[in-house]
Ligand binder design. Structure first.
Ligand SMILES: *Cc1c(COP(=O)(O)O)cnc(C)c1O
Length: 232
């Protein structure tokens, strides 16, 4: 943690979110901040949790699992897996994770459903969509999205709550805006189909660099790491 002032960092991020919401006529209540604590010690999470914050996320299974175990007595804390998912590691998550925000394909969705059933739980998931066209590894292609959501309709131990996307890293933020717009349009398009089980309400988009643009384009969850916990 060094001299990183978590309390003031955190309140600056909250202020950024509030300002961005105000600038586009949205309520800050509509936007959940997910604090991304990857590579940071559990003490840093404790400090932010002590401010009353609930949502935390990690991008690696081997880092998320021990952190969830450390906080297992905390019934209110909400854990998100936000990183690349290897199917064979999903089983380590499903006892405790609340949200899996980075589901890219049917195989992963099926495995989450199967393992969540064993754990007697229902896990909230977001489908990660490739919106940057940069790296095909991250997220499903927009064309494959409808089939994935449809498959989820027959999986009682997952509820698809929306979409997640990672924009390309740009100096000019106007270059990321169309990527966020695309994700919002995809969500609206799928929502209009009136799925029975899927609850397509969430758009997880926006990080330290681009959270304002993401909020302007409809983000309901922003995933912020370095602005809170310091650089990695
Ligand atoms: C690290 C990470 C973030 C947070 O990134 P910052 O730029 O540090 O805010 C958000 N989402 C995912 C998937 C990440 O891996």
């Amino acid at each position: 943690m060094g001299d990183v002032n978590l309390k003031s960092n955190f309140s600056e991020v909250v202020t950024r979110i509030e300002k961005a919401c105000r600038s586009c006529g949205r309520s800050p209540q509509e936007v959940t901040l997910v604090a991304i604590s990857k590579t940071k010690p559990k003490e840093a999470i404790e400090a932010v949790r002590a401010l009353g914050h609930l949502h935390f996320g990690e991008n690696k299974v081997q880092e998320l699992v021990p952190k969830m175990e450390h906080f297992s007595g905390d019934e209110e804390i909400v854990w998100h897996m936000v990183g690349g998912l290897q199917t064979n590691k999903i089983k380590y998550l499903t006892d405790e994770v609340d949200w899996i925000d980075s589901v890219p394909k049917l195989k992963a969705l099926k495995e989450i459903n199967k393992r969540a059933e064993t754990s007697g739980r229902v896990i909230s998931v977001l489908i990660q969509v490739n919106i940057s066209d940069e790296d095909q590894k991250f997220g499903c292609e927009p064309d494959d999205l409808p089939a994935l959501i449809k498959a989820g309709e027959d999986m009682p131990n997952v509820v698809i709550k929306g979409l997640m996307g990672i924009a390309s890293l740009e100096d000019d933020l106007e270059k990321v805006r169309p990527q966020f717009t695309k994700l919002r349009e995809l969500l609206e398009q799928e929502k209009a189909k009136g799925y029975k089980r899927a609850q397509l309400e969430h758009l997880s988009m926006g990080m330290t660099n681009d959270l304002e643009v993401a909020i302007e384009e409809g983000a309901t969850m922003v995933r912020v790491g370095s602005a809170i916990f310091g650089s990695r």
